[in-house]
Write a protein that binds this ligand. Structure first.
Ligand SMILES: Nc1ncnc2c1ncn2[C@@H]1O[C@H](COP(=O)(O)OP(=O)(O)O)[C@@H](O)[C@H]1O
Ligand SMILES: [Mg+2]
Length: 228
């Protein structure tokens, strides 16, 4: 089996049969496996998602989707296209009429780890061909996914922050900065107690504590309205 790139939490490998085998690591692994399997099965007619081949207690086998990873496209200078296509896809996700069996309160189906890190695209970056990694899906508020996509870009692609308005333009709404920032901080704090040992050796708790502090120091984007 060959380990796939761009995995942050779990172990995803390409099997000899050409499928992707994802093994869930860390706290709540079984529940996250169930959540992702349920979402992929329920959404396969409505959104571009991998097909479920089989599911097990803490692993999932899904079809391999040919596409270019969002973070690779950002690295190649296509941030604007990536963010625009991501914003359009997020609007589709949030407007899904289907009721899934997921935790949480609120009217909106929240992907829970939305951003270029979990999207595959056509080579020209104009179309999302797969929305991956549904293990954190729940019902909640739209700001969670918008804020998290912004957080990923600000944390991992600081040179491309200037293209972020394309995300909100394509989505059709930009929540106020204080709401986005609070949502980012809340997520970083939640991830402090999700504590698998990081591959680099330091614990997840220390890493997310540091990231919470960095996020708390961020200011609004240059084109956010003043006092939001
Ligand atoms: N069905 C798939 N087809 C193609 N690549 C995939 C597929 N599933 C996962 N990948 C690749 O593996 C990476 C990790 O998978 P993901 O579900 O995001 O795991 P993690 O929870 O560890 O981030 C993805 O970012 C993508 O690069
Ligand atoms: Mg992922």
């Amino acid at each position: 089996m060959n380990r796939l790139p761009h995995g942050y939490t779990n172990e995803s490998e390409l099997s000899d049969e050409g499928s992707v085998v994802k093994r869930y690591i860390g706290r709540g692994a079984e529940e996250r496996a169930r959540t992702e399997a349920h979402c992929l099965r329920a959404l396969c007619q409505l959104l571009p998602v991998p097909k479920v081949v089989s599911s097990d207690v803490a692993s999932l086998t899904i079809s391999y989707v040919e596409g270019t990873h969002g973070q690779d496209l950002i690295g190649e200078g296509q941030a604007e296209e990536v963010f625009f296509a991501a914003g359009r896809m997020l609007r589709r996700i949030h407007e899904i009429g289907l009721k899934l069996t997921l935790a949480g309160e609120g009217d909106t189906l929240v992907h829970g780890d939305f951003g270029p890190q979990n999207l595959l695209f056509s080579d020209d970056a104009r179309h999302v061909v797969a929305v991956l990694d549904w293990e954190w899906a729940h019902y909640g508020s739209a700001v969670e996914d918008l804020a998290w996509a912004e957080w990923i870009v600000r944390m991992h692609h600081p040179n491309d922050v200037g293209a972020l308005p394309a995300l909100f333009d394509a989505y059709g709404f930009r929540p106020a900065w204080h709401q986005r920032k609070q949502s980012m901080i809340d997520r970083c704090v939640q991830l402090q107690s999700f504590d698998p040992v990081q591959r680099g050796g330091s614990t997840g708790h220390a890493l997310w504590q540091q990231r919470s502090s960095i996020t708390r120091a961020w200011d609004a984007l240059p084109d956010d309205p003043v006092n939001t």
